[in-house]
Design a protein around this ligand. Sequence first.
Ligand SMILES: [Ca+2]
Ligand SMILES: [Ca+2]
Length: 522
Amino acid sequence: MNRMVKPGTAAIAAIVLLAQPVIASSAAAGPVESLLSVNKRTTTSTVENESFSGALAVDGDSTTRWASLEGDPQWIAVDLGGPADISRIKVFWESAHAKDYQVQASDDGQNWRDVKTVVGSDGGLDEFTDLNTSARHVRIFGTARATVYGYSLWELEVYGVRTGDGDIQPPSVPSGLRQASSTTESITLGWNPASDNVGVVEYEILRNGNVIGRSATTSYTDTSLASGFDFQYAVRARDAAGNLSGSTAAVKASTRPTPSDGIVIALAGDIAKPELPSEHSRTAELVAKIEPRYVLTVGDNQYVDGTIEEFRSYYDKTWGKFKKITKPTPGNHEWNNELAGYKQYFGKIATPKGKPYYSFDVGAFHFVALDSDPVYNGGGAEQVAWLRKDLAKTKKSCIAGYWHHPRFNSGNSGDAKSVAPLWNELARAKADVVFAGHDHHYERTKPLDVDGHVDEANGVRSVIAGIGGDSLYLDYKAREGVEKILGKHGVMKLVLKGKTYSWEIIGTNGELLDKAGPYRCR
Ligand SMILES: [Ca+2]
Ligand SMILES: [Ca+2]
């Protein structure tokens, strides 16, 4: 499935930031205004994810940004570190901008007063001059969005003159950053304290360039990480006035690998979107890291129409390196091209018996790889008949199915009764689990019966993993039986061990997003 691309995720707006101090416009020979907000401490109502933290809106970099979750209101505040006479504020909106918002000021970060009220902003740069207000804190408080997405700011710049004799000297850079210890899922860092003329109050911890935590002490444990992954960490220090030290040089740290005597399989769907090359490139890097024996795809491998030109230009450049071990299924986007590009690109891999549906055995498991699109559209009787015969023949204890359109779905597309013929054959064969894509989120359920109700004893687990690279859908609403649901890009690492199976969902930042099982086949 496909909806519009989130604005701004592909194209970076070209913004020239004014970094140099400028002379105040006031005719009187007053103090020189300067940029007071750069690298100061921010707080936000929400962040879309760790790659879009509030710090990125005051980092002086026009290619990095804060992004909130969807919903109103949302806000970002910056603490200037001490009282200031504020002369000018510049707000550089990303395309997901506010329509209506307030520029607010506060002395204590608690009690806010409106300085400007904006109605009907067209985004881009909003600049407010001659503010003549004194405050320590500034907040952009969004009350109505211009798009269905959240609020996103490339930069927030507050200019003025610090008043009083507040501390303006940042701490020294911390030293001696090291990996103190690690487990399969966590890394503990340690470092030597920074010094400051007044006092260090906290350290910010960065993983792969993003602030992921704060610590009042000289150690920090980063949790929920994928096993056997490397990460780059840095630390910086902040004083009570919000002054920020430089960052330490990045230090590599690693989680311990999980000893795995099982068969490892990687799985995802909804992958290669031409407008989002970095996302499927990053999920392909995860697949490489997982080192699977097979790669299973749950459809919409290639957007927009799955033509051979598109496959060669995008999918082949990333996930294509695993083609020989890939066992794909097609989605509605490949059907835009009547599967011509899909069949040409994958060849016999996609049609081992001449049809775009097939089965194979791995260890104690029998897998059926299906082409749900014709069934979704009311046809596919020949495939359903083949499926029944195929499942009747298998002697394997464990059965797993995978295809594109989910039968049961908490996403925007909802449950799809039309693919019940596929699900019901799996249920009849006492299958264990079905994997699908189509909606761009991840969910897993308790075992479900043919009507989608929880049946722990006789049901089939339902999993959606449409998180391979296309823009995410976050408007899901957990249906009956959902045990875990989330909207992040990543890849499933499925492990088969004897007659049990388990999986992890690994995010593109190397985070462990979910752990499921082990489950015993029924
Ligand atoms: Ca920025
Ligand atoms: Ca200081």
